[in-house]
Design a protein around this ligand. Structure first.
Ligand code: NAD
Length: 254
């Protein structure tokens, strides 16, 4: 533990488990006061209980007004907001041709619209108080074709674009906006869908494909320290960037 985020006020969306929970723990271990939010309020509370000075709130990022109200509440109680981690995300597994419109929309609603709401309200609050750091949880799927998760990948590509534009627009207000692009990390999001990928892609062992591409399945601890770095002033010259954490997967054609 260091004090590099001492007394910084942070919001993490989708913090009940997986990457969000790990990022919340990392920020708190660096001294931040973290408001853990999730559509799963009990899960968010459980994550927050494990943190030094953790707080929690129920938040569905699809509810734009609720995201605004949460940011306003945090600012009114703590004086300002320093860090927003727009992490909440979902995935389903279907080919483009077989995907129905509702499924397409449901993933975009969380993975893109939810990030838009998180960025815009946090950006506004941070600009008003003189600065801050916004981190979006994108994915390497935002850079390439991603079979069976077109909606997810399209949302991630759009999140990278949103991150770049917000970074440029907010730069003059001292607000930085950066994206983290993980490869395949061993959370429920991936592990619960391995058999669907195997079925849809006609392969026997999804894990073996991941091992070949990344060397191994990623762990949340491979990603969380990058979020703390981007949240802190140590990354002060990084803005509008997309940081890949994928064991080299996207660096290789074979
Ligand atoms: N696991 C990976 O391999 C991987 C790779 C790249 C990017 N990501 C991204 O990282 C983020 C976190 O994913 P994860 O792997 O930890 O998944 P996860 O399924 O373990 O956790 C996702 C969390 O988001 C919450 N959530 C879902 N819908 C929500 C909503 N509408 N409002 C608020 N919270 C909601 C869930 O309740 C859950 O706690 C996502 O944006 C995901 O796309 C994950």
């Amino acid at each position: 533990m260091t004090d590099v985020l001492k007394d910084k006020i942070a919001i993490v969306t989708g913090g009940a488990k997986g990457l969000g929970a790990a990022v919340a723990a990392e920020l708190a271990s660096e001294g931040a006061i973290v408001v853990v939010t999730d559509i799963d309020g009990d899960g968010a509370a459980k994550t927050a209980e494990g943190l030094n000075r953790g707080e929690s709130a129920v938040l569905d990022v699809r509810d734009d007004a609720a995201v605004g109200a949460l940011v306003e509440d945090v600012v009114s109680r703590h004086g300002n907001l320093d860090i927003m981690v727009a992490n909440a995300g979902i995935a389903t597994v279907t080919s483009v041709a077989e995907m129905d419109f509702e499924t397409w929309r449901s993933v975009l609603a969380v993975n893109l619209d939810g990030v838009f709401s998180s960025v815009r309200y946090a950006g506004r609050a941070m600009a008003a108080s003189g600065g801050g750091s916004i981190i979006t949880m994108a994915s390497i799927t935002g850079f390439a074709g991603s079979p069976l998760i077109a909606h997810y990948a399209a949302a991630k590509a759009a999140v990278i674009s949103l991150t770049q534009t917000a970074a440029v627009e907010l730069r003059g207000h001292g607000v930085r906006v950066n994206a983290i692009c993980p490869g395949f990390i061993g959370t429920d999001l991936v592990l619960d869908r391995a058999s669907q990928f195997e079925q849809g892609l006609g392969i026997d062992d999804f894990g073996a494909i991941i091992n070949q591409a990344q060397g191994r399945l990623g762990d949340v601890s491979d990603v969380a320290p990058l979020a703390a770095f981007l949240a802190s002033d140590r990354s002060r010259f990084s803005n509008g960037s997309a940081f890949v954490v994928d064991g080299g997967m996207s660096a290789s054609l074979v």
